[in-house]
Design a protein around this ligand. Structure first.
Ligand SMILES: [Zn+2]
Length: 67
């Protein structure tokens, strides 16, 4: 199931899929904003959620993430 979430730090609108393949093998997985690395939510899934930016935030991040 596709869900969208807005990053509270940079304002990017991100989409993630919390689809789970195996029932009963799920855990809460935190996922990060691909733009700024802020934790934007968690999904109850057996996979690491794949997060894609569907709209760039209006707030520009001035600090590059190194590493
Ligand atoms: Zn962000």
């Amino acid at each position: 199931m596709k869900n969208t979430v807005t990053c509270s730090q940079c304002g990017a609108i991100c989409e993630y899929d919390d689809h789970s393949v195996w029932e009963g093998n799920r855990e809460h997985e935190d996922f990060l904003c691909p733009k700024c690395g802020n934790v934007i939510g968690s999904a109850f899934t057996d996979l690491i959620p794949i997060v894609t930016v569907i709209k760039k935030g209006e707030k520009e991040t001035k600090n590059e993430i190194i590493g």
